[in-house]
Design a protein around this ligand. Structure first.
Ligand code: GAL
Length: 679
C-alpha cells in the first residue's frame, strides 16, 4: 500500500444489485447520495452469475455495476465471491462439499458449502479471482478487495478424507517424526500409539473423549486451512493489484479462527458488528478494541451492521430509534474509520428477506430507518476530515491467546463452566467502567508501553510467554492473572513440579490444589484493609494457594481453605504481579480494576467515570478528540475542567458543564492553545 487508507470515514453497505432489475439501479444511486454513501461492498455472493457454466465467465453485468458506481463517485469494496460456489460445481466435484464430524456431507443450497482443503474448490476459486483481478485492476471504482465472506462462519471445520490427508502433511511438517508426534499427543495413554502416518485421522466421533492434543492440533490445522484459502486469493490480488488494500470480514469473538495469526495478512481489519437489542454497550466496545488491536491501533472498519432488525435471532425486534446512531458513533469512538451496513436494499426473496436494510421493501427514503441512516451519513461526512486516521493510544492491555481458548475449554476437564471469553469479558467490563483506553495483545506482542496487563485464565503458557511477562513486570509493569493459569505447555502437557509452574517465580505462589465448584457451591473473598476492603462473593473455582514471596491481599472466607490466599500480590523487580485464585463477582472485579488503574496512575478520560462512555482518539497534530456517549435513558451532566473544546457535530465552542441527552453523543476536539483562562 502506498498511501494510508482510507482517506475519509467510509459509509455504505453490502449492495446486491444483481438481485434486482436494472431499472431499479438509478434509484439506488439517487438514494445512496441522499444517505451520503461513499463505499459499497459488491459481488459478495455472485459466483453463480459470474460463471454460469464451468470455465464460462460473464462479467458484463458486473462491468455495468462497477461503471455506474464509478460514474457516481461511489468507491467499491469488491468481493471475490468465493463464499458461494455455483451449484453445478458440487455436481461435478461432490467431494468439495464439507463433511461434519459425524460424517455427514453437507449440500449446496445455502452458502459456504466448500471444504477449505478441497483442491477443486481452491483451483476454481483461484481462476475466478485471477479473472476478477485482471478485469478490474485499473477500474476507477475499485478501492478495496473483500476476500470471501466471514470465513468459517458456517463451516469452521471439515472432517473429510481430503482434510485427513492434508492434516497428515501438516503434522509431518510440525513434528517431522512419528516419535515426536506420539510424545506430543501422549499416545501411550489409552493405547493410541501411531506406527504409521496413514492411521492418523481427523478427530471424528469416537466412543469416549478424544485425545486433547489431537483436538488442539486439529483446531490449529483448521484455522491454518481456512487461512490458506484467504492467502491463496490474497496472493493473486497482491500480484495483480499491489496497491489495492485487501480485507475480509471477521466475526469478532469467533473461537475457531485465530485472528491474531491472520491479521498480518490483511491491510485493514474489518469485522461484522451485530449486537442484539439487549447487548450492553461495553460488550460492543470490547469487539472494537479487540479488532482494532489486531493491527496495533491502525483504524479498523465495521464492514457490516444492521440498520435495524436482524433475521437470524429467535425473535428479531427493531433496534430502537437512536440506537444505530450511537452504535455507529461508538465504532468511530473506538478507532474505526468507517461503518457499513448489511444491506443496502431489503431482499424480496431468499432467507434474508426479513432482515432490515437501508432501503425497505416499500422502496423510498421516507421511513424511519432510511432517515436515521441518512442522518448518520451526514454526521460522519461532517466529522470525516477531523477524525480520519486519528488513533487510540492505550496503556492498559488484556492478553488474549486463541490457542489457550481452544485448550482450556476441552472436555473432559476440571469444569465445563470454564469459558475463556467470559473471563476476558469480566475484566474488560471492569476496566471499561473506568473509561480508560484498552488494547488487546497476543502472546507475540511487545508489552513495552503498557503499564497494566490483565491476562485472565492463562491455562496454556506457550513457549516464551512466561519470560515475556516476567520481563514486563521486572521493568515496572503491573500484571494480573487469575485461577487455573500456568498449567500446561503448548502441547497441553501439564508442567510438572507445582502449579502455576513457569509463573510460580513471578507470582510468588504455589497452588497445591484447584477446586472447581458445582452449582450451589460458592465462597467469598475477604479483603481486610486498603482501598478494596470488603467481603465479595466469588463463584466457579477455589484454590489452595501457598505464599512463596507474595502477600495475600484477600483470603477465602469459607471451606477447608478459609483464610487461605485468594488475591495475592508479589513485588517482582520494579513491578508487581497479582493473582486472583477464583472468579470474582462483578463488584469485586470493578473494585480491583479501579484499584489497579490508580496504582499505575491511569486515570479516567476527562475525569469521567460511570454511565457515560468516554474514549479518546489522538491526531497527528497532537490534539485529542473525545467521544462522550450516553447509552442511558437519562440525560447526563458533565463538567469539563481546564480545557476548551469544539464540538465536532455542532461546531460550538464548549467548556465547563454541559448536558448530554439520553442516547446522544458529543464529540469534542481540543481547541489549539485554548486553556480555559485564555478564552
Ligand atoms: C452476516 C453475513 C451477511 C448477512 C448478515 C445478516 O453474517 O456476512 O452476508 O448474512 O450476516 O445479518
Amino acid at each position: 500500500m502506498q498511501q494510508p487508507f482510507p482517506t475519509m470515514l467510509l459509509y455504505g453497505a453490502d449492495y446486491n444489485p444483481e438481485q434486482w432489475p436494472e431499472s431499479i439501479w438509478p434509484d439506488d444511486i439517487r438514494l445512496m447520495k441522499l444517505a451520503h454513501v461513499n463505499m459499497v461492498s459488491i459481488n459478495i455472493f455472485s459466483w453463480a452469475l459470474l460463471e454460469p457454466a464451468p470455465g464460462h465467465f460473464e462479467f458484463n453485468q458486473l462491468d455495468r455495476i462497477m461503471n455506474m458506481l464509478a460514474d457516481n463517485g461511489i468507491a467499491v469494496d469488491l468481493a471475490t465471491a468465493t463464499a458461494t460456489p455455483p451449484t453445478w460445481m458440487s455436481g461435478i466435484y461432490p467431494e468439495m462439499l464439507p463433511v461434519t464430524r459425524n460424517g455427514i456431507r453437507l449440500s449446496h443450497g445455502s452458502r459456504q458449502h466448500y471444504c477449505p482443503n478441497s483442491v477443486d474448490y481452491r483451483r476454481e476459486a483461484t481462476e475466478l479471482v485471477r479473472r476478477l483481478g485482471e478485469r478490474y485492476r485499473m477500474h476507477p471504482a475499485l478501492k478495496m478487495w473483500h476476500i470471501n465472506n466471514e470465513y468459517g462462519d458456517h463451516v469452521c471445520s471439515c472432517y473429510c478424507e481430503r482434510c485427513a490427508e492434508v492434516f497428515r502433511e501438516w503434522l509431518k511438517a510440525r513434528y517431522q517424526t512419528l516419535d515426536k508426534l506420539n510424545f506430543v499427543w501422549g499416545t501411550r495413554f489409552w493405547s493410541q500409539y501411531y506406527y504409521d502416518w496413514r492411521d492418523i485421522l481427523p478427530p471424528r466421533i469416537t466412543p469416549a473423549s478424544h485425545n486433547p492434543t489431537q483436538l488442539l492440533d486439529y483446531d490449529r490445522f483448521m484455522s491454518d486451512s481456512v487461512l490458506a484459502c484467504y492467502l491463496n486469493e490474497a496472493g493473486i490480488l497482491r500480484e495483480v493489484t499491489p496497491n489495492v488494500p485487501i480485507t475480509t470480514n471477521f466475526i469478532v469473538t469467533f473461537k475457531a479462527i485465530d485472528y491474531f495469526s491472520w491479521a498480518p495478512h490483511l491491510d485493514i481489519i474489518a469485522f461484522d458488528n451485530y449486537p442484539g437489542i439487549t447487548t450492553p454497550p461495553w460488550e460492543v466496545a470490547i469487539r472494537h478494541d479487540l479488532m482494532r488491536s489486531l493491527k496495533h491501533a491502525q483504524p479498523h472498519l465495521v464492514m457490516e451492521q444492521t440498520p435495524s432488525q436482524l433475521n437470524w435471532m429467535p425473535q428479531n425486534p427493531q433496534m430502537r430509534p437512536g440506537r444505530i446512531r450511537l452504535q455507529s458513533m461508538q465504532a468511530i469512538a473506538h478507532g474505526a474509520d468507517g461503518v457499513l451496513y448489511f444491506q443496502w436494499r431489503q431482499s424480496q426473496a431468499g432467507s434474508e428477506k426479513f432482515h432490515s436494510a437501508i432501503v425497505p421493501h416499500e422502496g423510498s427514503e421516507h421511513g424511519r430507518i432510511f432517515q436515521q441512516v441518512a442522518q448518520i451519513g451526514s454526521e460522519l461526512k461532517h466529522l470525516s476530515q477531523e477524525v480520519v486516521g486519528s488513533r487510540i493510544a492505550a496503556q492498559v492491555a488484556i492478553l488474549m491467546d486463541w490457542q489457550n481458548w481452544w485448550a482450556v475449554e476441552y472436555r473432559p476437564g476440571p469444569s465445563d463452566q470454564l469459558h475463556y471469553w467470559d473471563e476476558i469479558k469480566a475484566f474488560y467490563r471492569g476496566l471499561h467502567q473506568n473509561n480508560v483506553p484498552i488494547d488487546f495483545v497476543s502472546t507475540h506482542d511487545d508489552l513495552k508501553g503498557y503499564k497494566l496487563v490483565v491476562a485472565p485464565l492463562l491455562y496454556m503458557l506457550r513457549s516464551g510467554t512466561a519470560n515475556k511477562l516476567e520481563q514486563f513486570v521486572a521493568e515496572g509493569g503491573v500484571l494480573l492473572t487469575t485461577f487455573f493459569s500456568g498449567i500446561v505447555d503448548e502441547n497441553d502437557h501439564v508442567v510438572l513440579g507445582g502449579y502455576p509452574a513457569e509463573l510460580r517465580k513471578l507470582l510468588g505462589i504455589y497452588v497445591e490444589e484447584f477446586d472447581p465448584w458445582i452449582k450451589g457451591m460458592a465462597n467469598e473473598v475477604v479483603v481486610r484493609e486498603g482501598q478494596m476492603q470488603g467481603t465479595y462473593p466469588c463463584t466457579l473455582w477455589g484454590e489452595v494457594v501457598h505464599l512463596e514471596g507474595a502477600s495475600a491481599l484477600g483470603v477465602f472466607g469459607r471451606d477447608y481453605y478459609a483464610e487461605g490466599p485468594a488475591l495475592t500480590v508479589h513485588q517482582f523487580g520494579e513491578g508487581k504481579a497479582y493473582y486472583l485464585a477464583t472468579h470474582g463477582s462483578e463488584v469485586f472485579i470493578s473494585a480491583m480494576m479501579s484499584y489497579l488503574c490508580k496504582e499505575v496512575a491511569i486515570l479516567p478520560l476527562l475525569g469521567i467515570e460511570g454511565t457515560l462512555e468516554v474514549t479518546q482518539r489522538r491526531r497527528e497534530d497532537g490534539r485529542s478528540i473525545y467521544f462522550l456517549l450516553n447509552h442511558s435513558e437519562e440525560p447526563i451532566e458533565v463538567v469539563l475542567h481546564d480545557t476548551v473544546f469544539r464540538s465536532l457535530l455542532s461546531g460550538e465552542v464548549l467548556a465547563g458543564s454541559m448536558q448530554i441527552a439520553a442516547h446522544d453523543v458529543i464529540i469534542l476536539l481540543e481547541e489549539k492553545d485554548a486553556q480555559l483562562e485564555g478564552i
